[in-house]
Design a protein around this ligand. Structure first.
Ligand code: F6P
Ligand code: MG
Length: 437
């Protein structure tokens, strides 16, 4: 008899990176169930008895889903009518072709990246099939809590930005460069604060990161900040525009670090337009949706603190005047690796080609950039991207999954010898650049 793999810790052999996490996905589903249950009265108030019926339907869907997951049932085709349903079901067919002996893709036997994305898409299915509460974001409460718990760190950052802007005319070129270096690092460490890595538990930033940057430098395994700076400082003649794109990751503290960096780029005349790319549906617990983005700007605007409120004001104006543009595309919530973007989402690829620099925030984006493969640590980043070169790009990511490329020889092995979990705790980070090759 075949041995059943340990739940959610199957090792994906061959070209897939394997990931060993026990219990995390069921834990997230349990939180979803709790959240829906806790919001029962809200559904009743908004929709009467229909709301309660929908709540029951969603709860039973998620309990069943958790059971399917824990007992290694086959992955089922999606049955809702959302616009991406066909692409997902085709991807399931593709997963089938990867298995030999006519086996069905199941929760323990499929690539980790696919399994995890599939779970978040099934959560969306559960809500889509439960009208009239279909648009309810099951992660909104935890995202909002994360935002409020990081208030102090956010205030420190907004204050820093506004003070810097107050001195802007007297800053030397070196000081401008140092400022960008600093804010890139802040944006990197902001990526520690995601809620999927903590199984949905509070993981907010309570202290100011700015004060700790020097101490954290030793944990940046690849630092290509100079390449980023070279692009930003190249076109300072004022005649040509510079467009920077942020492929966003988490709402909460991380989003504030990104907005502060984007604000500084415009204020310091290093960029003329900034484009943000967010998720069309609730994703990996804390990922930013349009609602989260707008909510964050509104919260800042309404803050009691004058610097934070000033930030909110500027950001609102930037959006209104088109200096900041927010984009949505369903490709970001597919399980596909980015090397397929030109084929699967050619419009998005063309959009990114207009950029002078694309910043990919976070761990999941890194996994999709590199295909979540078991690369040798020394494989060049540009090679691991496998023809995904829409524009010069930089990954800003703390390490939470066991894929890492572009390290100097011996570094990965050395770390592995002393810290078994160095790839997954978020302690280490990279600012890793690739030109268009
Ligand atoms: O570790 C759990 C996990 O969901 C990873 O699978 C995923 O890559 C990461 O957390 C998400 O992190 P981020 O928010 O940085 O993309
Ligand atoms: Mg995330």
């Amino acid at each position: 008899m075949m041995e059943t793999p340990d739940p959610l810790s199957a090792k994906y052999e061959g070209s897939f990176a394997y990931y060993t996490v026990k219990d995390r996905l069921p834990q997230i589903l349990t939180k979803v169930i709790d959240n829906i249950h806790r919001n029962k009265n809200k559904f009743l108030e908004a929709h009467g008895e229909e709301g309660i019926e929908a709540e029951k339907k969603a709860l039973s869907f998620f309990s069943k889903l958790r059971n399917e997951m824990q007992t290694d049932k086959p992955m089922l085709p999606l049955s809702d009518e959302l616009p991406d349903v066909q692409i997902w079901n085709q991807y399931l067919d593709y997963q089938r072709t990867l298995l030999s002996n006519g086996e069905e893709p199941s929760w323990f036997k499929s690539p980790w990246l696919y399994v995890e994305c599939y779970m978040y898409r099934r959560i969306q299915e559960g809500m889509a099939l439960s009208p009239p509460i279909s648009d309810y974001d099951v992660f909104r409460d935890s995202k909002n809590d994360g935002f409020f718990q990081s208030q102090q760190a956010m205030l420190a950052l907004c204050t820093h930005l506004q003070e810097m802007k107050g001195r802007i005319n007297s800053l030397s070129k070196d000081e401008v460069r140092d400022e960008i270096y600093k804010l890139l690092q802040v944006s990197l460490w902001g990526n520690k604060c995601d809620l999927s890595v903590s199984g949905g538990q509070d993981n907010s930033q309570t202290t100011s990161v700015l004060a700790s940057l020097e101490d954290f430098k030793a944990f940046i395994l690849v630092d290509d900040t100079t390449s980023v700076w070279n692009i930003l400082s190249m076109k300072t003649d004022g005649n040509t525009g510079t467009r920077v794109d942020f492929v966003l990751d988490n709402a909460g503290f991380e989003l504030i670090t990104d907005l502060v960096l984007a604000d500084a780029m415009l204020s310091l005349n290093l960029a003329t337009e900034v484009h943000f790319h967010g998720k069309v549906k609730p994703w990996y617990v804390s990922d930013t949706t349009k609602h989260d983005f707008d909510w964050t700007v509104r919260q800042c605007l309404a803050a009691n603190n004058k610097w934070m409120s000033k930030c909110g004001q500027t950001w609102k104006e930037n959006l209104k005047k088109g200096r900041w543009v927010y984009h949505e595309h369903l490709f970001w919530t597919l399980p596909h690796e980015f090397c397929t973007m030109a084929e699967v989402a050619p419009d998005l690829y063309t959009e990114l080609q207009k950029s002078d620099l694309v910043l990919f925030k976070g761990d999941l984006n890194y996994r999709k950039l590199t295909g979540d493969r078991k690369w040798d640590f020394t494989v060049p980043f540009s090679q691991a991207l496998r023809s995904f070169h829409p524009a010069p790009l930089c990954s800003i990511r703390t390490l939470k999954a066991d894929v890492q490329v572009g390290l100097p020889a011996g570094v990965g092995e050395q770390l592995a010898a002393t810290e078994t979990d160095w790839l997954t705790t978020g302690k280490y980070g990279v600012i890793q650049f690739s030109p268009v090759v």
